[in-house]
Design a protein. Structure first.
Length: 382
């Protein structure tokens, strides 16, 4: 059972002529019970993601475990191009040695399918969410409010307002009357800011192309060279003057100046291997030509397409349900009731920062998440 440690922290205390307001924060920690591994499978570019996942299925790895993609092109003609697929694996911490043994035994099995498996232990985590107890904050907030009121020569009275937000970090703001409060014009309220994260799975890979061309080249001639190498859909992103190449032959010195043209290219994840094969063939084709063009590329990693990102919607009913549950919990803990809905604000959507786990070797980013939020205000009834 996860061990939860709660620590109320009072972040705000404010007095006015009729009330005292305090804000209590609660943090929770859990005991780590899972081991986290990073798995990297190097496979030929002809091997699909489904085939790689199938080879790892006995470990409980699936397509949603994928967090990194990296193309290995090597030197032309020296080694067969390949793709590194990076996955995250979680296993019970109590079975750490057993998991390591299973991974070690899988290495020679994958070699029979021309796949190379490497793995590393990256840390621990908890399988349980760090839940916070909203109800526990009510008496703590009242105690703090009474302490502040006593210092000013008052006693706390009726509960005027409660507000909170849902999520991994929970805070509670409570407003109490100072003494008897008569003639209250506005209704007492319970306000809940509910939020949910939706994280779509990556559906494409990003690739950066660099075309080295003669100094006299134009964008049209470079685009034509890419088209001749069967590359389409690349977006021009920049141009730089490349360093001069100096060639000495006897007493003759030849100085060759060139330009580097940068392009971005995206490919569906399901066709990533085909795209890498196409680019490798284009490298070889341009290298053999006498037009002075050469191509290099590297993969940026997994991405979520704009179309998929735009298709993510907020569940308004889910947000309202979360707010209703939190309001009822607060009301019960405070000995009051949550009445009619007074105000709805939202829902809103914002793009959150990317998942903080990043492997610089394999350019492994998790996709951005949509942060959906909705604020609901209820009437507080005694």
């Amino acid at each position: 059972m996860a061990l939860l440690l709660f620590s109320p922290v009072f972040a705000l205390a404010q007095l006015n002529y009729s009330s005292v307001t305090v804000t209590a924060l609660q943090t929770a920690t859990t005991t780590a019970d899972q081991a986290v591994f990073s798995l990297v499978v190097e496979a030929p570019i002809s091997t699909s993601l489904d085939a790689v996942v199938s080879a790892l299925s006995g470990l409980g790895v699936n397509a949603s475990s994928l967090y990194g993609f990296h193309a290995l092109t090597f030197e032309i003609g020296q080694q067969t191009p390949a793709i590194d697929w990076s996955f995250q694996l979680t296993a019970p911490l109590a079975k750490l040695n057993q998991t390591i043994a299973t991974l070690s035994a899988l290495v020679p099995t994958l070699e029979e399918s021309e796949m190379l498996l490497s793995f590393s232990f990256t840390g621990t985590q908890s399988s349980a969410s760090a839940a916070c107890d909203l109800a526990a904050l009510i008496p703590a907030a009242r105690t703090q409010a009474q302490s502040i009121a006593n210092a000013a020569g008052f006693n706390t009275g009726a509960l005027l307002a409660l507000s909170t937000q849902t999520g991994t970090s929970v805070s509670l703001t409570a407003q109490f009357a100072l003494g008897l409060l008569l003639g209250q014009g506005q209704p007492n309220t319970i306000t809940v800011a509910a939020s949910r994260l939706t994280t779509p799975q990556p559906d494409q890979v990003g690739i950066v192309l660099t075309v080295t061309a003669p100094l006299s080249s134009t964008q049209d001639t470079v685009t034509a060279a890419l088209a001749q190498a069967a590359i389409s859909g690349a977006t021009f992103t920049g141009l730089n003057s490349a360093p001069a190449t100096i060639t000495e032959s006897g007493t003759t010195v030849t100085v060759k100046q060139s330009t580097s043209w940068s392009y971005s290219l995206t490919a569906p994840l399901a066709k990533a291997g085909d795209t890498i094969a196409l680019l490798v063939a284009a490298e070889q084709s341009l290298a053999k030509s006498n037009a002075g063009f050469s191509l290099s590329f590297y993969t940026q990693g997994l991405q979520v397409s704009q179309a998929l990102q735009n298709s993510q919607t907020c569940s308004q009913s889910g947000l309202v349900s979360d707010a209703n549950a939190a309001a009822q919990t607060l009301a019960a803990a405070a000995g009051v009731s949550a009445g009619r809905t007074l105000r709805l604000a939202g829902p809103g959507t914002a793009v959150a920062t990317r998942w903080p786990w990043f492997d610089p070797l394999y350019n492994g980013y998790a996709p951005a998440a949509n942060n959906c939020s909705l604020t609901v205000q209820y009437e507080l009834l005694p």
